[in-house]
Design a protein around this ligand. Structure first.
Ligand SMILES: Nc1ncnc2c1ncn2[C@@H]1O[C@H](COP(=O)(O)OP(=O)(O)OP(=O)(O)O)[C@@H](O)[C@H]1O
Ligand SMILES: [Mg+2]
Length: 276
């Protein structure tokens, strides 16, 4: 089954939020989902309500070549999770160097995950290019680039359009072709946000697969250790459902066995841009 990576040249844009919600929404639809955290911040586990004291993970011990299966944790959302695990700053550097020298440390286990024909692997990543992301780049089927609707994010769009945002090599440009974009934290009352959305829509065409409203409910849900899965949980929840749907459509995922979590109708302030 496919490998989906949530990535961004920028930090704090919503990669972890979108990874967790899309993973949980696809699990709710009946897919078997494994969420893999490549970010040393080890924050994806918090989205799934795991206790902060739980420091175990997979990437944190990557140089020890430990098997990945024992590190998988079940979550209440039905997603199986491979947390990054807690690391000190020196280990972050050592792991990055090890992955730079030997990408197979990570590519090998990820290939094993993808060998399961029913498993959908969804990756959360730190901002910018990293050795961990480079290691799995050839395996990624869909790269969801998360951006904000601001000037700094808008400045990244030409590089995404030209498939050069990951670099100029053939591998990077091939991976760049598999990139789609979601604008997050859209303030629908802000003229700048609307201008960026319009510009992104024109430049990216169908590669702009969604936009998610800025909604306090997102941060509140994280504080309450829950995910916003019901479209009626508010505008961001509705948008997140639409993003999960767009990911499934883009990947032409075969229909899952279950019918739970099918999208119900609802309001959307973003309908006029054709994201719903
Ligand atoms: N649509 C939204 N509306 C309101 N707040 C949001 C929305 N999306 C994300 N946030 C909040 O923005 C903050 C950053 O989100 P998140 O941690 O998902 O970003 P990130 O790209 O993973 O960050 P990092 O680069 O540090 O990994 C969090 O506090 C999150 O709750
Ligand atoms: Mg993050």
């Amino acid at each position: 089954m496919p490998l989906i990576a949530f990535v961004s040249p920028k930090g704090g844009v919503g990669k972890t939020t979108l990874t967790a919600h899309v993973a949980a929404l696809l699990a709710q639809r009946g897919y078997r989902v494994l969420a893999l955290d490549l970010d040393p911040q080890n924050a994806l586990r918090l989205q799934f309500g795991m206790p902060i004291q739980d420091e175990a993970g997979f990437l944190c011990g990557i140089t020890r070549r430990l098997p990945w299966r024992p590190a998988v944790a079940d979550t209440a959302a039905g997603v199986r999770l491979l947390p990054h695990g807690t690391v000190d700053p020196l280990t972050v550097l050592e792991n990055a160097q090890a992955l730079h020298q030997d990408p197979e440390l990570l590519a090998g286990p990820v290939r094993e995950m993808l060998a399961d024909p029913e498993l959908l692997v969804i990756v959360d990543s730190p901002p910018g290019p990293t050795p961990a992301m480079s290691a799995i780049l050839p395996l990624v089927d869909l790269m969801v680039v998360v951006l904000l609707a601001d000037a700094a994010s808008a400045a990244q769009i030409p590089a995404i359009v030209s498939n050069r945002w990951l670099g100029r090599g053939r591998l990077a440009s091939r991976a760049g072709e598999r990139a789609v974009v979601v604008l997050n934290q859209m303030d629908l009352d802000a003229p700048l946000a609307i201008a960026v959305l319009d510009g992104a829509s024109e430049a990216l065409g169908p590669r702009l697969i969604g936009a998610v409203c800025r909604d306090e409910a997102v941060a509140e849900a994280l504080a309450d250790k829950r995910l916003l899965l019901d479209p009626e949980d508010g505008p961001a929840a509705e948008d997140l459902n639409a993003v999960a749907e767009a990911v499934a459509v883009r990947l032409r995922l075969p229909p899952p066995g279950g019918t739970r979590g099918r999208r119900r109708g609802g309001f959307s302030a973003l309908t006029e841009w054709g994201f719903r």
